[in-house]
Design a protein around this ligand. Sequence first.
Ligand SMILES: [Zn+2]
Length: 298
Amino acid sequence: MGQKKHTVRFYSILLALTLLIFGYTLYLCLRPQPVSSKEESSSGSSMSSGVSEEKPPSESSSGPVSDGRIGGTDLPWWSMEEENVDNLDPDKPIVALTFDDGPSQYTKRIVDTLTEYNSKATFFVMGYRLEEYGENTLYAFNHGMEIGNHSYSHKQFVGLNQHSINQQMNDTNKLIKDLTGKEPRLYRPPYGRINQMILSKIPMAAILWNVDPQDGKAYDAQEIVDNVMEDVKDGSIILLHDVYEKTADALDILLPKLIEEGYQVTNVSQMFACRGEPIEINQKYYFLTDMKAVNCTY
Ligand SMILES: [Zn+2]
């Protein structure tokens, strides 16, 4: 009987070990692959996102800075210790404001309003706009605003080949780094559209939103304010655009209103850091908690 017991135990351990090895192998196969120095690329103008042949990095056709990789992978990843959140109270409601599609002639005014109310925001800038209004983004950065990447020319990433996506990201990252000295860690895909494959190939974090007041379509500033106040809650990421005068007008009303209702208004990184929530590479976030939606198209 004892012999049999031992045999059973032996086979149980063997089975457990086999399962363990199998599980680990499966994990190695399924985990997201790091961005390699080689790039997936079909022809430069192809819109196909399907499987394409790998070839070595080639000279960029539309920009001087693409090398086939995205971002400075040798740099440390986002760290909440880098964020100064001394003036934020983790026990009070907090929201992150984000401004897309700039910079523009309204960016400075928006920064001044934020500064007046001791608030912050993240500006997701477009590379080609930096060519003209880069000084306004530097002004934002120098006033403690966070700068993120919103592509070079607002091409939709879903359906775009990997080479073009890399170019859109790299060219803008380089422009931001040259301007501010700081490489961005956060990006917002154009139109908020992203899928799991694109997400896994961009070594940054995608920041989406959960409050969209439709400032571009809104009739006036008050409508933008009303739309935000209707949907806002603790941990919200609010989508705005620093390319409309009505949005700059709305901020004059919106900021004191949010503060009056008890919200602290800051940028994305500070909101997460304040609550001790990490922002992780190759992930996407819609708001502060319960951020990771797995099946993502929007
Ligand atoms: Zn946009």
